[in-house]
Design a protein around this ligand. Structure first.
Ligand SMILES: [Zn+2]
Length: 135
């Protein structure tokens, strides 16, 4: 019994480490998919939906924060889009980067046409603690 506990304990520790692995990277979004950080320029990448966000020129100049891991020197892979790994700072407030269709009241996490009315969605920084009833 005691021996089993000794074996399981390090495994549990490893599992915890894997969950807390994400690095927080903050800097200025300067060109599509590029971030200027205090440590230099970093190329951002991620899953398909994340790449769509990174290709959005409306984010240029934004105080940007991403959660993920350095996969290569100066290349940072952002965590999957559903984990809400993309943030922006405005007036010191940490806001979610989302896209909004004001016609259908539909919010998405990647830019493009609204799946309902096919209108272009608007970039919308959303306060996660806001009492705003929109989703
Ligand atoms: Zn719509």
């Amino acid at each position: 019994m005691q021996r089993r506990a000794l074996i399981l304990a390090p495994m549990a520790a490893l599992a915890l480490q894997a969950e807390a692995e994400s690095t927080v990277l903050r800097g200025k979004f300067t060109a599509t998919g590029q971030l200027t950080t205090p440590k230099g320029k970093v190329k951002l990448t991620g899953d398909e939906e994340t790449q769509k966000v990174l290709a959005d020129p409306r984010l240029n100049g934004v105080d940007f924060e991403a959660l993920g891991t350095f996969t290569k020197n100066n290349e940072f892979t952002i965590d999957p889009i559903h984990t809400r790994a993309i943030w922006a700072y405005r007036d010191g407030q940490r806001l979610m980067v989302t896209y909004w269709c004001g016609v259908c009241y539909i919010r998405t996490y990647a830019p493009g046409e609204c799946w309902c009315c096919q209108d272009d969605t608007q970039l919308d920084f959303k306060d996660p603690n806001s009492k705003d009833p929109t989703p």
